[in-house]
Design a protein around this ligand. Sequence first.
Ligand code: YXS
Length: 261
Amino acid sequence: MTDALVRIDIDDRIGCITLDHPARRNALSEALVHQLIAGLADLKERGARVAILRAAPGAKVWSAGHDVTELPRDGRDPLGWDDPLRYLIREIENFPAPVIAQVEGGVWGGACETVMACDLIVAAPGATFAATPAKLGVPYNVSGMLTFLNAADIRIVKEMLFTAQPIPAERAERLGIINYLVPAAEIEAYTRAIAATIAANAPLSIAVMKEQLRILAGAHPMSPQGFERVQGLRRLVYESEDYLEGLRAFLGKRKPEFQGR
Ligand code: YXS
């Protein structure tokens, strides 16, 4: 029996999923992602009109991102269609009601994209957002890049991806990356109040507008040749020595030494 890595609850049509695997800093392992997705399905079944996605109160780390120990080292694409993280992003985008990310603590890597894929973001001072593929030598995937591009100006996306440095919530709010910056002591009540406002509105109208916006936000023409070029370039990265060095360094708790090959 797998331990519960997330907690699910619903109250007055407002669902809440709490990441609850502090020992691994809520890393998005296959097991945790599957419980998270099952939680979304459960909330949909129970008629949730909003889903709040959060970590435990006062968490120093909202989520450490993709579980690095699960990234493949046998030449397979680490972020292919069936990767748990990709599955999670699609489930959030396809959930038929707004998903609000309530953020305290650090948000890293694939968890940063997960938060950006949510419909609204409420964060507390001290929260940070870091996109980390370049830190590990990972070739991010096309739809993942689009999630970031739909969340921030391309210049900010480039800064986040090229530096892999965290952006503090205060700056993220100024940049319009998050909706609200709320003191930690108030963030739960504040997020629930937003959720209650949404839950009192017409759910079908909201569900359809969310799906329309998903389709419009994803409507980027890319030629088959363009897609094949992107996939070929990504393969150069995930078959590179640098990718393996990034994983080895993380697992060995040391700084990577990238050689550009
Ligand atoms: O040493 P033990 O066994 O206690 O385990 C440690 C960490 O190894 C583990 N852990 C993780 N395990 C797998 N995947 C992770 N992403 C991960 N992060 C942490 O959790 C235990 C406690 O970690 P520790 O001691 O470092 O905690 P801390 O409080 O000192 O520091 C918290 C963090 C989050 C600052 C630190 O754990 C950290 O920097 N984690 C990695 C953040 C990161 O770079 N994530 C990106 C993962 S790769 C990914 O998301 C995508 C593929 S991509 O890179 O493309 O975006």
